[in-house]
Ligand binder design. Structure first.
Ligand code: GBH
Length: 453
């Protein structure tokens, strides 16, 4: 097929997250978040990088909207910093925080760009962490109160809401590996994951109570797993890995129950999610859409030495990005078809897909990123194949609009389709941005675009 046309109503967008782009971490009454604290802790973030200045988006949002408009994006996914709205996480509301997002939403709508708002992209108010964080059940209720405040203020204009971004990461990177804030190691990650899901369900109800016409969903990180061999042991290990990353969230959301095999496995390890009456019903409230973040797959083998989930990674020959994540678009297509088959979400959006490469400004003033162009093109082709196979995929948001604070990697990894020179805050659209502009304008992908490098 020489030209792949996308459906007429297919939505093209770019994605960001508050802590990764805003900067201005102490302005206008913003409270401290767990990422401010984590960045201030020596040895946690590469090069001691912090949330300042990031992309200084807090001051440059008008320019950033103009930039998106010039690239032709009809949609933009961003997140709200909870601690700008409620500096202590609960209780007093900070009007200046709400005003900022109010202006941003109006600016987007004036530019013809549809806002997709993520309520939580990892930046828990530090005061809530001090009171126990996500392992504490109360945090779920606080999240619903925050959702209510934001939905009342913006819900007349924002019609697409994402409660959580990647609860697996918040729970396991935050409370088990300690690679992300709050940096707790081997803490109660299953409790954190459960209260995140509960918070999702409560927030969903709050969003709908505030405005009955909103569309609300959740974004999960997917790590599809292939067994390293055909052996029963490797297949079982890949299934455990799938249970750990994917099914642990999908099953409660779509089947109102944690996967039985994983519950049994965790029970052997002396662990269980702190489920109370009614929780599973709240969590399984119908979703208007499922947000899919996809970067790579995993190839998994059994490892009896590994303990716990007993798996190990195999690193197959192939192409890798700067994160050392394998480029594997076929897994995206298979993931989408599997989600459609096994869970049947009414609508799916790719809410993140993208790649980090060591970009540089060339002597001609451009930023030439052929690897990223190919990465995006091949994943778009996979999306197109999935749509042709009947998957109700309705949009694609590239990660990210611009280079930004890549969590524990600080500013050392560039995922943007727009280059950011942090010293001057100059933005330079990379070739991948110009490529996407063409794709959006044509609502189609051509073979030529895919294979020029
Ligand atoms: C997303 O997380 C984030 O939403 C976004 O903020 C971030 O900037 C972007 O990706 C790029 O990193 O190696 O065992 O951890 C993606 C997080 C990374 C989680 C890959 C799963 C693979 C399994 N994902 N990870 S493991």
């Amino acid at each position: 097929m020489a030209i792949r046309h996308f459906p007429d109503d297919f939505l093209w967008g770019a994605a960001t997250a508050a802590f990764q782009i805003e900067g201005a971490t102490r302005e206008d009454g913003r409270g401290e978040s767990i990422w401010d604290r984590f960045c201030a802790t020596p040895g946690k973030v590469l090069n001691g990088d912090t949330g300042d200045p990031a992309c200084d988006h807090y001051h440059r949002w008008r320019d950033d909207i103009a930039l998106m408009k010039s690239l032709g994006f009809p949609a933009y996914r961003f997140s709200i910093a909870w601690s700008r709205i409620m500096p202590k996480g609960r209780g007093a509301v900070n009007p200046a925080g709400l005003d900022f997002y109010d202006r941003l939403v109006d600016g987007l709508l004036a530019a013809g760009i549809r806002p997709f708002v993520t309520l939580y992209h990892w930046d828990l108010p530090q005061a809530l962490e001090d009171a126990g964080g996500w392992p504490a059940r109360d945090t779920a209720a606080a999240f619903a109160d925050y959702a209510d405040v934001v939905a009342r203020r913006l819900g007349d204009r924002v019609k697409h809401w994402i409660t959580l971004n990647e609860p697996w990461c918040s729970a396991f990177l935050g409370y088990w590996t300690g690679d992300h804030a709050p940096g707790r190691k081997e803490g109660p990650a299953l409790a954190a994951a459960h209260h995140l899901l509960l918070g999702h369900g409560l927030a969903l109800a709050a969003l709908r109570a505030a405005h009955s016409d909103v569309r609300a969903g959740i974004t999960l990180n997917f790590s599809p797993a292939d067994p390293a061999s055909d052996s029963d042991a490797d297949r079982a290990a890949a299934w455990r890995y799938d249970g750990f990353f994917n099914r642990w969230y999908l099953d409660p959301l779509y089947r109102s129950a944690y996967p039985a095999d994983m519950l049994a496995l965790y029970a052997q390890m002396g662990q269980a999610p702190p489920v109370q009456d009614d929780d599973m019903r709240i969590i399984a409230a119908p979703l208007d859409f499922l947000g899919v973040n996809y970067y790579s797959r995993a190839v998994i083998r059994d490892d009896p030495q590994a303990g716990g989930l007993r798996y190990a990674h195999k690193r197959p020959e192939g192409e890798y990005t700067q994160m050392d994540w394998e480029v594997h678009p076929a897994s995206l297509r298979r993931l989408l078809e599997r989600l459609h088959r096994d869970y049947a979400p009414t609508t799916l959006y790719i809410t993140e897909n993208g790649a980090a490469y060591p970009d540089e400004v060339s002597s001609d003033g451009g930023v030439h990123d052929p690897d990223r162009v190919r990465y995006i093109a091949r994943h778009l082709a996979a999306c197109h194949d999935a749509i042709a196979a009947g998957v109700p995929l309705r949009g694609y948001f590239v990660w990210s609009l611009m280079d930004n604070f890549e969590w524990a990697f600080g500013y050392s990894r560039r995922f943007g389709i727009v280059y950011v020179d942090y010293a001057t805050q100059r933005r330079i659209p990379k070739d991948s941005a110009l490529f996407l502009r063409q794709v959006i304008a044509a609502n189609a992908l051509t073979e030529t675009q895919m294979f020029t490098r």
